[in-house]
Write a protein that binds this ligand. Structure first.
Ligand code: 4AD
Ligand code: MG
Length: 458
């Protein structure tokens, strides 16, 4: 169907002005009077609607009436002309209804609550809010690839079905073809009989396979879906979310921290340029002062504090926390938010966590108690990046695994990376949806995913 994108009309207006063009889209709103009718048409290529001006002496009234319906799909021909109020508008010469839209269409009003929109996920992309979210999602994905390609990283595709629980937190979804009533005496027999002949699950992280690729390619990144069967019913957790995981050889913790900061700032700069209308929309409608916040982040040097210092700050804060502050316990969201929102008032790297609360693969510090790991915390959200230098010493790595009762025989390939030409290397995981929340001010992760998967909701 030959037609022009509304975005092309506005962005390349000189090419189209005072010419006849064809556009397709959906009716967002309309107004009718005796001699003239107006339709706000949106085709999804940009947030802005194209105003259609229908003079009734030019277009057959019988064709106009069925088009004055919110949600219906139109193909329209007209002259693209300058307009005082709308920059440009379309003076309609002919019009066809491609798909009508009955009265039970749920998006009749101009504004709906995000809670209501979650009940109609299949129609959400037709709202300004969700159109803006999906546009920034797309722009952010593009910026991520741009950053890595510019810096000589290779994009690798790590498996989604895997046998290893990278984070060791036991949050894997099972992948099986076994019938629900299959009965076996021993667990091992049950898995041996399954499709892969072994216990399989959906990956929680592409890191371990990413490290394997990095050992040949030097610098790699993954960017794909990861899955966690966490029962945390919060506004920041999804069972299926996307993660960006760079893995860099010849790189220590300080180097990877520098890169992570540069990366986050680059993503903000790019998205502001790629999606200016959408960021303006979020600034006006979702988070007051969003643009100033993003500008401040780009210009500021991120904070840095050790876990041990952070515990001290929390203890001296005089704040009543729900969870006790104790060296050795994991930082809870309330602690993280105090550190980044009230103490630093900007993004901050918390480094050198106790080894016992972190994953097996992290480089052990000389103090024997902490690891060379860091979380990047940002105001309004908390953790958006989990990062570490990896333990490159084979014997130390084995010891950490044995301490966690991990079966070394299941990790021989991973251990080989430390046996054959081991190098200092580091990496991190950025939560894509959390970054999106930070960029847009959207408060609930359910409003950043086309079909959010959360506990109790498919
Ligand atoms: O801190 P995490 O668990 O780190 C890893 O998985 C490492 N293997 C990454 C690496 O070093 N390659 O997760 C990384 C990030 C978190 O900081 C958070 O932003 C996001 O992934 N994340 C989630 N986002 C949404 N829903 C969840 N349930 C998430 N769990 C983690
Ligand atoms: Mg983490």
């Amino acid at each position: 169907m030959k037609h022009t994108d509304i975005k092309s009309l506005f962005y390349d207006a000189q090419k189209y002005v005072r010419k006849s063009v064809t556009v397709c889209g959906w009716v967002r709103t309309w107004r009718d009077s005796k001699n003239i009718a107006f339709i706000e048409l949106n085709d999804g290529t940009m947030l802005k609607n194209l105003q259609l001006v229908i003079e009734k002496d030019k277009v057959d009234e019988n064709l106009v009436k069925p088009a004055l319906v919110v949600g219906c799909a139109l193909k329209v021909e007209g002259d693209f002309v300058p307009s005082e109020k709308n920059y440009y508008e379309l003076s309609v010469t002919s019009l066809t209804v491609l798909g009508g839209c009955p009265q039970d269409y749920p998006l009749q009003k101009k504004h709906h609550t995000l809670e209501f929109l979650r009940t109609i996920p299949h129609l959400r992309p037709r709202t300004r809010f969700f159109e803006a979210v999906l546009a920034v999602r797309s722009g952010l994905a593009f910026a991520i690839h741009k950053y890595f390609q510019k810096h000589n990283f290779k994009y690798v595709h790590t498996p989604i079905i895997t046998g290893s629980d990278c984070e060791g937190a036991g949050e894997m979804f099972r992948v099986t073809t076994q019938s629900w009533n299959a009965k076996y005496d021993k667990e091992a027999d049950y898995y041996a009989d399954d499709f892969f002949g072994a216990k399989a699950g959906l990956t929680v992280s592409g890191q371990l396979e990413g490290e394997i690729a990095a050992m040949g390619l030097g610098k790699i990144y993954t960017f794909g879906p990861t899955f966690r069967a966490e029962h945390s019913n919060t506004t920041r957790h999804a069972a299926e979310f996307w993660q960006i995981e760079p893995e860099v050889c010849f790189c220590d913790l300080d180097d990877i921290i520098e890169m992570a900061e540069d990366f986050i700032k680059y993503l903000i700069e790019q998205v502001v340029v790629l999606c200016p209308e959408e960021i303006q929309f979020f600034n006006d409608r979702i988070e007051n002062g969003l643009m100033d916040k993003l500008d401040h982040v780009i210009k500021s040097k991120f904070g840095r504090i050790t876990y041990t210092e952070a515990i001290d700050v929390l203890k001296k804060s005089g704040k009543e926390f729900k969870y006790p502050v104790e060296w050795g316990a994991d930082l809870q969201t309330e602690h993280e938010r105090y550190i980044t929102e009230e103490y630093f008032k900007k993004p901050v790297f918390v480094t050198d966590y106790p080894a016992d609360i972190k994953a097996f693969y992290m480089k052990q510090n000389p103090d024997g108690k902490t690891v060379a790991a860091t979380d990047l915390l940002v105001p309004g959200i908390g953790e958006i990046i989990g990062c570490s230098e990896r333990e490159a010493d084979l014997e130390k790595l084995k010891a950490a695994m044995l301490k966690r009762n991990m079966p070394l025989e299941s990790y021989t390939e991973y251990l080989d990376t430390r046996k054959y030409g081991s190098v200092p290397h580091s990496g991190f995981g950025l939560g894509f949806e959390r970054m999106l929340m930070y960029l847009t001010g959207v408060q609930n992760i359910r409003d950043t995913l086309l079909y959010p998967r959360t506990v109790g909701s498919l």
